[in-house]
Ligand binder design. Structure first.
Ligand code: NAD
Ligand code: LMR
Length: 338
């Protein structure tokens, strides 16, 4: 979609394509679900990212409007819009990183698993497109329930013969962002000084903050530990209830998604020591997928770190998390296999 029709499509697109091809340094990124509550601010923030040279915005509604709007920002990335299934191939071809916030969000009273029925099919279709058009891209999967959509994506890629476990990443960075904020509040620190590892998965008790490993080193009373763990686990529900039926976290999610996407791009660029928590194929526990700290590099999650020492409270939390995670993972796998 040309952003200024009066200038003529040919010249606009030609110049944009030329700039994109002509070696503007950076990566090609697609956002699938770009017109949504997360998609729009995410598109805006990615357009501001100097590591991005080409930004493809795909949705089944409203992609031209969002694209026209974002394309007026005077930052480096060339923006192109893609509307509907028939344009999915164009959106995906040549991409280095694909970010997926497509799918319905929760309303009050729903669990993330209640979204499975609709979002599972959306994720399947989009991942079939990725397998066909950009099988080497890193995938950042945001659509809920992440604990099941990541296994769904893995099965789709396995079926297509393109599965690379290092490149399929379920986005859990919002849990870390929340944990940093809430812990900083309790400690009276600036959230930017605080680092909380959050492991497990992305729903209720599967979200396991490791408060014994907070940086800078600190200690919490049992009451603080229980308050913080619950607030971090229920962070999504806190937003869903506050929005009263108008959706779930979008702005903090876009921020968290960009933080994680930026880490992926820095890894792709070859930066050393890029570490983040993410839900990924894992041997850290007996489960096939688990969120933990990983090192991001040129080929994705190149190293998955062990959990480190846990205290008694965290060990109990881990057992609960694994029980629920096992079921959610199996549900995702069965959706494709059966
Ligand atoms: P939204 O309804 O505002 O936006 C979703 C967008 O997806 C819409 O624009 C819709 O048109 C689009 N879409 C629907 N089907 C599509 C398809 N087949 N192909 C491409 N696009 C399609 O919802 P939202 O608030 O942006 O949330 C999106 C998803 O992200 C939800 O599933 C939500 O639960 C999840 N989410 C995850 C996290 C996380 O931490 N991983 C955080 C917040 C929200
Ligand atoms: C979140 O954690 O905010 C998201 O997973 C959205 C939700 O449904 O809670």
């Amino acid at each position: 979609y040309p952003s200024n029709p009066q200038m003529g499509e040919g010249s606009m697109l030609e110049r944009a394509n030329c700039r994109a091809k002509g070696g503007a340094p950076g990566f090609k990124v697609a956002i699938l679900g770009a017109a949504g509550g997360i998609g729009q601010p995410l598109a805006m923030l990615m357009k501001m990212n100097p590591l991005v040279s080409v930004l493809h915005l795909y949705d089944v509604v409203n992609a031209p409007g969002v694209t026209a709007d974002i394309s007026h920002m005077d930052t480096g990335a060339v923006v192109r819009g893609f509307l509907g299934q028939s344009q999915l191939e164009g959106a995906l071809t040549g991409m280095d990183l694909v970010i997926i916030p497509a799918g319905i969000p929760r309303k009050p009273g729903m669990t993330r698993d209640d979204l499975f029925k609709i979002n599972a099919g959306i994720v399947r279709t989009l991942c079939e497109g990725i397998a066909k058009c950009c099988p080497n891209a890193i995938v950042n999967l945001i659509s809920n329930p992440v604990n099941s959509t990541v296994p769904i994506a893995a099965e789709v890629f396995k079926k297509a013969g393109t599965y690379d476990p290092k490149k399929l990443l379920g986005v859990t960075s919002l849990d870390v962002v929340r944990a940093n904020t809430f812990v900083a509040e309790v400690l009276g620190l600036d959230p930017r000084e605080v680092e909380v590892p959050v492991v497990g998965g992305h729903a209720g008790v599967t979200i396991l903050p490791l408060l014994s490993q907070v940086k800078p080193p600190c200690s919490f009373t049992q009451e603080e530990t229980e308050y913080l763990t619950k607030r971090i686990q229920d962070g999504g529900t806190e937003v869903v209830e506050a929005k009263k039926g108008a959706g779930s976290a979008t702005l903090s999610m876009a921020y968290a998604a960009v933080k994680f996407a930026d880490a992926c791009l820095k890894g792709l660029r070859g930066d050393a020591g890029v570490v983040a928590c993410v839900f990924v194929a894992s041997q850290v526990t007996e489960l096939p997928f688990f969120a933990s700290k990983v090192r991001l590099g040129r080929t994705g999650a190149e190293e998955v770190y062990q959990l480190g020492p846990l205290n008694e409270y965290e060990r109990i939390g881990l057992e609960k998390a694994k029980k629920e995670l096992a079921e959610s993972i199996q549900k995702g796998i069965s959706f494709i296999r059966n």
